[in-house]
Ligand binder design. Structure first.
Ligand code: ZN
Ligand code: MN
Length: 506
């Protein structure tokens, strides 16, 4: 007797002909940390430069050299752990993972095997579009461990291969998720979320082009055919460094695995894994190696580094340094400033921008208006002209002053645009520009009344139309008043006076 297999309630089930399947993806993200020095020596931790200029006996793995983990390295790792809701271990140690590759000088990598610094965390991934209310899916984090990066091989076609050890010993964290993602989009959003959080808390620059963050995806399918369950062999797609690459590679793997399953019905077996690379140019995954048995990395305790015992003080400092995370900031901005999901999402993509906005919003009478200025005018300059926020001629205080001038009615929104253009050029304060250009709005009704009288006197035909029942005359007359005042009349006052005078003559 066989038991009919079905999917779990809530599983995203797809159909392909007579097959029904679900997608299972787990990710391993390697992320370089922004510490001043490399992980275990005092060489400068920086990207690029002349090859092999930032190396020493420790990161070159010379015999007798002693690695010493930097304080900042462990602290950044703990900070990342707290940011991803992990438990951070008080007792942790380093291990050696052995394998042979030219860019791995010592023949082993210093990493953490059975006692990782952080474990059992989680991250909320927002699956909604930017203009929708957030819809979160929780992805569990299995562990985050500390390890060192390796050198870089450079293959010059038709010539030699070279190795640059500047990257050897650069501090990494490896973040291992549970297989909780059920589509290529979710995997891509997961990586975006992790990058955003880690950049926010200042432990990485998350620079994808420079390889500061690389993602490996483990993907397979749970297939049900005629009530019988299969799992396809897991493919591990290595070293993807863009959100698009993850999405495209996983999408490709799903169709490849389905096709392969139809051909040979090969099912999952423990330890069998195909390691693949993603070839962007042909849009296909390429097999790098298959392993039928577990690779023996011969893990041993790193004997040159004493186990770490982290104090309460060390841990509470790391925890305090996390600060507000992006999702929390979004909720608060919505609550405190009454902003829409779209506005909030745009304002918080970058921590610097969110802080720039907030310091203006705090000083202004209308935070919503501040958001509009930042999203439309400020970001246009930043994005179109590639100017960094801190290089702008004006500051959040300028925007607050400008908004306050509009809110108090001393200038119109239209005039505010001119003031903005000028302060962007010169860096002068809005109040000074208003004074200098003589822009202050005329709210004094007697002065505006005089203009209204002049406009009425100059446009008898319009008044004739009004008497004959035309209704759109009021708006046109108000426009004439604004024009005659060179935009300085308070629009509300002008409108009221025109209405009043028209009512008198009909
Ligand atoms: Zn070094
Ligand atoms: Mn690793």
């Amino acid at each position: 007797m066989s038991v009919e297999k079905t999917f779990n309630p809530g599983a995203a089930v797809h159909t392909d002909g007579d097959l029904r399947y679900e997608v299972i993806i787990g990710c391993e993200i390697h992320c370089e940390l922004l510490t001043k020095t490399k992980a275990f020596c005092s060489c400068e931790n920086r990207y690029g430069g002349m090859p092999n200029t930032r190396v020493c006996p420790v990161c070159l793995g010379l015999p007798g050299a002693m690695p010493i983990p930097s304080h900042e390295y462990v602290e950044f790792g703990a900070r990342a752990g707290f940011a991803l809701d992990c438990s951070v271990a008080r007792f942790t140690k380093f291990d050696r993972k052995h394998y042979f590759y030219p860019d791995l000088v010592k023949g082993y990598q210093i990493t953490q095997y059975d006692l990782p610094l952080c474990s059992e965390g989680k991250v909320a991934v927002n699956l909604a579009k930017p203009d929708e209310a957030p819809r979160f899916k929780t992805v569990r984090i299995e562990r985050i461990h500390l390890e060192e990066d390796v050198g870089k091989s450079l293959h010059i076609e038709g010539a030699h291969s070279y190795i640059d050890y500047n990257r050897s010993g650069v501090p990494l964290i490896e973040i291992v998720s549970k297989p909780d993602m059920s589509s290529p989009e979710e995997a891509s959003l997961y990586m975006q979320t992790i990058r955003e959080i880690l950049r926010y808390i200042g432990v990485t620059d998350g620079n994808l082009e420079e390889g500061s963050m690389r993602c490996d995806a483990n993907i397979n399918l749970r297939v049900i055919e005629n009530g019988v369950e299969f799992r396809t062999p897991i493919s591990e797609i290595k070293n993807m460094n863009s959100f698009k690459a993850i999405r495209d590679a996983c999408t490709y793997e799903i169709s490849r695995q389905l096709k392969e399953f139809r051909e040979d019905r090969q099912a999952f077996s423990q330890g069998f894994k195909v390691t693949m690379g993603w070839d962007e140019s042909i849009g296909e995954t390429v097999v790098q190696r298959t392993k039928n048995s577990f690779i023996d990395y011969r893990f041993v305790v790193e004997p040159d580094i004493r186990p770490l015992v982290l104090s309460d003080e060390f841990l509470s400092v790391a925890k305090a340094e996390v600060g507000e995370r992006p999702a929390e900031k979004r909720e608060r901005f919505k609550r405190e400033y009454g902003l829409s999901d779209f506005d909030v999402n745009t304002l918080t993509t970058d921590r610097g921008l969110s802080e720039w906005f907030e310091s203006a919003a705090k000083a202004a009478k209308d935070p919503k208006k501040v958001a509009n200025w930042v999203l439309a005018e400020v970001l246009a300059i930043v994005n179109d002209r590639g100017v960094a926020l801190e290089d702008l001629k004006f500051t959040p205080a300028h925007i607050a002053e400008l908004v306050n001038a509009v809110v108090s009615g001393s200038i119109t929104s239209k005039q505010a645009k001119d003031v903005f253009a000028r302060m962007n050029e010169s860096g002068e304060r809005p109040d000074a520009i208003v004074k200098e250009l003589g822009l202050a709005v005329v709210s004094d009704s007697s002065a505006i009344e005089k203009i209204v009288d002049d406009v009425f006197a100059a446009n008898p035909a319009a008044l004739e139309d009004w008497k004959n029942g035309k209704t759109n005359v009021a708006g046109w007359l108000t426009g004439q008043v604004m024009k005659m005042s060179k935009g300085q009349a308070n629009p509300a006052t002008a409108t009221a006076l025109v209405q009043k005078k028209l009512a008198d003559i009909r």
